[in-house]
Design a binder for this molecule. Structure first.
Ligand SMILES: [Zn+2]
Length: 365
């Protein structure tokens, strides 16, 4: 009996883990401080009601259907702890993490706030994890992941003669994790891999350097395996490839995500007011410039708190290649011609960034 109590207690401890606090706001508004936050595996879980309040939306728990319903300008959006999808009308949008009941309240993660809620409000959202979990004894234990993060942190930029020593590319999703699915059935995991393989070929052919793909087929990877690719010897640039699904089928274009920095959010129209730009921002700007030159719409450069995991100075950009639920763009994204166009621009963006970093001139287009 005593054992059972002990096990239950341990389970309870491991489930609730560390307390945290976050600030949430619509971009440009005063942040709302929320302390009823549970941190699990480094991911903050915030009660959905608190979050909706902070961004000016309303919703309620539907106890009959066991769903939480959010009132939006697109209609009712529904999430439930049993489902990894947000439902809006007849459409289902994959969530990075399922909502969870913790301590009697339904909670969602930072990824939900920054992606789904930002789209439901139609505005960008400021989110900051104040992360007192660092004071927690558990959090201080160095996991393999922590070691990898530390490695990336210490990773120095390319200081040799070569433009780049190696590039790591992470095609998002794989296996059972399909990512976003287009109306035609075409899956994000397929697009990410197709573009990654083409881009790897371009880089290898033109620069003659090793290119590391985190996966070369249709299988699932752990976060650790993805990071290991980036931590390989000589890797000077890390690109993560993904695609999106918008709540409006009209959304289109490429979005670029980098780690959070001093500024809370950067958009294509904002002037970036930081004294020294990070290498990741320079890489993202270089990619944006060439994509635009090639006639591809760029929605902007955004900060993703998800990429904060890597916190290092390895130039890292997550490229959202387009919207798979936009009928026209989805069609385009499935054609080898448009994929080649994206690849050509991504290659040139990486190349120009490397040259700029090496203080050389004459960009290619
Ligand atoms: Zn994705």
């Amino acid at each position: 009996m005593r054992f059972i109590v002990l096990i239950l207690l341990l389970l309870l401890l491991s489930v609730t883990s560390a307390f945290a606090a976050v600030d949430v706001a619509l971009h440009g508004k005063d942040p709302v401080h929320i302390e009823d936050v549970y941190q699990q595996d480094g991911i903050p879980y915030v009660a959905i009601e608190d979050t909706l309040d902070a961004v000016g939306l309303t919703g309620h728990w539907d106890s009959i259907n066991h769903k939480f319903r959010i009132k939006t300008k697109y209609g009712w959006a529904e999430i439930s702890p049993a489902s990894g999808y947000l439902r809006l009308g007849d459409e289902f949008y994959p969530l990075k993490e399922k909502p969870r009941f913790i301590d009697g309240r339904l909670r969602i993660t930072d990824s939900f706030i920054l992606n789904q809620l930002a789209q439901l409000t139609g505005q960008s959202i400021y989110f900051r994890n104040l992360d007192p979990a660092n004071d927690n004894v558990e959090a201080k234990k160095q996991s393999t992941l922590d070691k990898l993060f530390a490695f990336l942190l210490n990773k120095k930029g390319n200081k040799g003669d070569a433009l780049l020593r190696a590039v790591a590319i992470d095609p998002g999703h794989g296996g059972l994790d399909t990512g976003v699915i287009a109306p035609s059935g075409y899956k994000e995991k397929q697009l990410n891999l197709a573009v990654a393989e083409k881009l790897a070929k371009q880089l290898k052919m033109k620069l003659g350097i090793p290119i590391y793909l985190s996966r070369d087929g249709d299988y699932e990877l752990t976060m650790e395996q993805r990071l290991q690719t980036a931590a390989r010897e000589g890797v000077d640039v890390w690109l993560l490839l993904h695609a999106q699904a918008g709540f409006s089928p009209d959304l289109q274009g490429v979005s670029l995500f980098i780690r959070p920095e001093n500024v809370s959010m950067v958009t294509a129209t904002d002037s970036v007011d930081v004294v020294e730009k990070s290498d990741s921002l320079l890489l993202a700007e270089s990619l944006a410039t060439v994509l635009k030159k090639n006639g591809i719409e760029v929605r902007g450069i955004f900060h993703s708190s998800r990429l904060s995991l890597g916190r290092g100075n390895l130039p890292t950009v997550q490229v959202e290649l387009g919207f798979l639920n936009n009928p026209e763009e989805s069609q385009l994204l499935q054609t080898p011609e448009y994929q080649d166009k994206l690849v050509k621009a991504l290659y040139s963006g990486v190349y120009n960034f490397a040259k700029q970093a090496g203080k050389k001139s004459d960009d290619i287009k």
